[in-house]
Design a protein around this ligand. Structure first.
Ligand SMILES: [Zn+2]
Length: 118
């Protein structure tokens, strides 16, 4: 069994352990496949830089599961569930803008990010 994935704090420098307060920048990844409940997972990725040693890394800042009349937000180990106040009436409505230029990440990293909780 290969299971090296651990819940790690994305805000902590993997090199020296310094905790940063916020990511340099964030962007969103939308999983192309809905989960078993038909919800789409939106992963908020962050790019971090350590103020102590200068190391740069990326990590999952939070996850959102949207669909089925509710929104589930996952930040670290905490999960928040919210009722979706607006019923999806039309196809249009919520538009998630993705800044493709901001995405500088390998497919492997995306898969790891999306698969980090199961
Ligand atoms: Zn560091």
């Amino acid at each position: 069994m290969v299971r090296k994935k651990r819940q790690k704090d994305p805000f902590v420098c993997p090199k020296c352990g310094t905790r940063v307060t916020e990511p340099v920048k964030t962007w969103q990844l939308v999983s192309p496949m809905p989960d078993s409940k038909g919800r789409v997972t939106i992963t908020v990725m962050g790019s971090f830089q350590c103020p102590n040693c200068g190391h740069k890394w990326r990590g999952v800042v939070s996850k959102l599961k949207v669909g089925g009349g509710e929104v589930e937000m996952e930040v670290g180990k905490k999960k928040k569930k919210m009722e979706s106040t607006t019923e999806p009436q039309k196809e249009e409505g919520e538009v998630i803008e993705l800044d493709i230029d901001e995405i500088d990440i390998s497919e492997e990293e995306i898969e790891e990010a999306l698969g980090s909780s199961d």
